[in-house]
Design a protein around this ligand. Structure first.
Ligand code: AMP
Length: 250
């Protein structure tokens, strides 16, 4: 497995690759959810690129950014064992080279739910994903449906900007009790994990989003939103300092 640290290294490596390329963008602290994306790429493409970059532009909350879990040595071991061909791990100043960078924006999907509660979040996501796409030049790109709003936006990015990339959505991977795997779960203690395991149960059990909000608040969550869209129910809620999101099909 090759480890690439700069856009130049990525471009040179990519220029030497022929055949189909699957791309899995992540922020690291890899878990089985990420591994499922890698697996899909391995099955569908001849080469797989994984990126690990905690993108400052998509964090509206500096403590969330600073406390984002980092497990780079373990991530590299997982990537290697999963058969990733190249890992791209740039520093911030490699990805953002001007003081006032070009930033993509979108308003139809970006201003509800995650976008409403994390202003600027999706502009940051769109910007970094386009940069990564331009470097990785993937045939297919893999995104988790845990971040369903993000998945829709990346599809729209590819359609609107005529990117010739097939965006593949992967079902949410959960623990044995149904808690969606997330890097942020590493910040929960065992009691909080038990509480968080109720999220998907509540989302599915109740009739309305208002009822779900009430039940989650009774369990100790501070709810940003529960909303129903596209035949799904979405939630974002804090458990202590940690903000969790999930969605289920209705
Ligand atoms: P992240 O590192 O959290 O930015 O996630 C990188 C990619 O992995 C995104 O496309 C996520 O939607 C996806 N992902 C994260 N958690 C899961 C999960 N539990 N199941 C499936 N995909 C996931």
């Amino acid at each position: 497995m090759v480890v690439l640290r700069t856009p130049e290294e990525m471009k040179i490596w990519r220029s030497q690759i022929e055949g189909t390329v699957g791309f899995v963008p992540t922020m690291g602290a890899l878990h089985t959810g990420h591994e499922t994306l890698i697996q899909a790429s391995k099955e569908q493409c001849q080469h797989t690129i994984l990126s690990i970059f905690v993108n400052p532009l998509q964090f509206n909350n500096s403590s969330d950014f600073l406390n984002y879990p980092k497990t780079m040595d373990q991530d590299l071991r997982i990537a290697e064992s999963r058969g990733v061909d190249a890992v791209f791990i740039p520093e911030k100043n490699q990805m953002y080279r001007s003081e006032d960078p070009v930033i993509l924006s979108e308003r139809e999907l970006s201003e509800k739910m995650e976008g409403k509660y994390r202003p600027g979040h999706f502009n940051g996501v769109l910007t970094v994903v386009l940069k990564l796409f331009n470097l990785a030049k993937p045939t297919k790109a893999y995104f988790g449906k845990k971040d369903y709003q993000q998945y829709l936006l990346i599809q729209k990015l590819c359609e609107d900007l005529f990117l010739n990339i097939d965006v593949v959505g992967i079902e949410t991977v959960r623990d044995e009790k149904g808690l969606a795997l997330s890097s942020r779960n590493l910040r929960l203690n065992s009691k909080e994990i038990e509480i968080a395991q109720n999220i998907n149960v509540v989302l599915k059990a109740v009739k309305s989003s208002a009822e779900a909000t009430q039940q989650l608040e009774n369990l100790g969550f501070k709810v940003d939103y529960v909303e129903d869209h596209w035949g799904r129910r979405f939630v974002a809620a804090f458990l202590g300092e940690v903000r969790l999101i999930d969605n289920v099909r209705l």
